[in-house]
Design a protein around this ligand. Structure first.
Ligand code: FNR
Length: 384
């Protein structure tokens, strides 16, 4: 904040937008139309996508005065890591294509390294996971696994993630089949089918051993093979299998029902990740925020609860934390930051979110994440 106002004294106005809406508007002009619709779009009439963001308007933080919240502690402990802030970068498969040079995954990893905000690296990236891990440096990376329906290949991906130094496996449960996405359907566009974003497969020794020609010689055949193995409906049996395979913490992304959360922890999961995939998969109508409290209660402090979908500002992040999330994922906002300003654009989004969250906690008298809980929240006039 002081940096920006100080710059103003010297005649510098920020080149990048300060609000999500402006960011989204400008990203639409900056991105090729097919990539824009892929990133911005959601399932069905996108009511879940809208509900995710709107849900935050149903809650407000009650200010506490005379607390002397002159410094704030935003650190979080999770899976044996001490993180400087409670934000993380969501896995965004097609993020690579949002950068002008087509290497947005690397830009994301570098932005993570600059801010200390962990990156959850998608299975579907333009650059392979080993390159992203190297760019992350000391900042933790978590590997998001879309389990293929070939266990040998799945094991290979997990082993590579372990070797590359990822700190957890985040299994996405809700995307073994792609949701009904009218925007992509009307442009007949699914980037992965053009061979984009499948580097983790084309670089994989097991995947390559199943091909008749190398992906470098015949990308169409490799992509066709990929389309056949991608998308396994992960079940409780698979969780047992994965638990037996790796010692890395396992986080289950897409858990929204308290019974599923309880059962997952009983079955050996180490973290629960409440997400509606940004409204891209099911257009069921309920927002992630509405489902968060029940899951937090079911987890009852046994494990971290990660959260995403609809977070558009530092204020939203604080509300989700007060609702019981351990850490909050930034999704589309950083994709737009990347589209507008590359690596610097992502850093701009993260720093803006963090500054806004920190100032809100300062002004409203919540000096630490521990001091923020549901007792700090009230429904707004609009109501949840
Ligand atoms: C995603 N998301 C996602 N999730 C995942 O587990 N693996 C993936 O590869 C992707 N890919 C992906 C691509 C794009 C373009 C978007 C926008 C999202 C979902 C992502 O991790 C997160 O759940 C949502 O982005 C959160 O919602 P908001 O905040 O973007 O609305």
């Amino acid at each position: 904040q002081l940096e920006i106002y100080g710059g103003g004294l010297r005649g510098h106005v920020p080149a990048l937008p300060m609000t999500f809406d402006e960011m989204e508007r400008r990203a639409q002009s900056a991105l090729p139309p097919s990539i824009w619709s892929y990133v911005a779009g959601g399932a069905g009439d996108e009511r879940t996508q809208r509900a995710n963001a709107d849900a935050f308007g149903g809650w407000g933080l009650v200010p506490r005065m005379m607390v002397g919240a002159t410094s704030r502690d935003l650190t979080v402990e999770m899976f044996g890591m001490t993180l400087p802030t409670p934000l993380f970068l969501c896995p965004v498969g097609v993020i690579g294509l949002c950068a002008q040079d087509g290497h947005g995954d690397l830009a994301t990893a570098r932005a993570a390294a600059r801010t200390g905000v962990p990156m959850v690296a998608s299975t579907l990236t333009v650059d392979p996971m080993e390159d992203l891990a190297a760019a992350l440096g000391d900042t933790p990376g978590l590997f998001q696994l879309y389990t293929p329906n070939d266990r040998e290949l799945a094991e290979s991906l997990v082993r590579r993630a372990e070797k590359a130094g990822y700190r957890a496996i985040v299994v996405t449960l809700d995307t073994w089949v792609t949701g009904w996405r009218p925007r992509d359907l009307s442009t007949a566009n699914f980037p992965q089918l053009r061979g984009n974003c499948i580097a983790n497969y084309t670089s994989d020794p097991v995947f390559r051993s199943h091909l008749n020609a190398t992906p470098e010689d015949d990308l169409a055949a490799a992509t066709g093979y990929w389309a056949g193995v991608f998308g396994h409906a992960f079940t409780w049996d698979d969780l047992d299998w994965l638990r037996g395979l790796t010692d890395l913490p396992i986080v289950l992304k897409g858990i929204c029902h308290p019974d599923d959360a309880r059962r997952a922890l009983d079955a050996g999961a180490d973290g629960i990740y409440v997400s509606t995939h940004g409204g891209r998969q099911a257009n069921g109508g309920l927002s992630s925020l509405e489902m968060l409290p029940d899951v937090v209660d079911a987890v009852d402090g046994r494990a971290p609860v990660l959260f995403d979908s609809g977070v558009r500002s530092g204020t939203d992040a604080v509300l989700a934390l007060a609702m019981g999330a351990t850490a909050v994922g930034v999704g589309r906002p950083y994709a737009y930051g990347l589209a507008l300003g590359g690596e610097d654009g992502i850093v701009h989004v993260l720093r803006s979110f963090l500054a806004e969250a920190d100032l809100l906690m300062a002004v409203d008298g919540y000096p630490s994440l521990a001091s923020l809980d549901r007792s700090a929240l009230r429904p707004t006039v609009r109501g949840p």
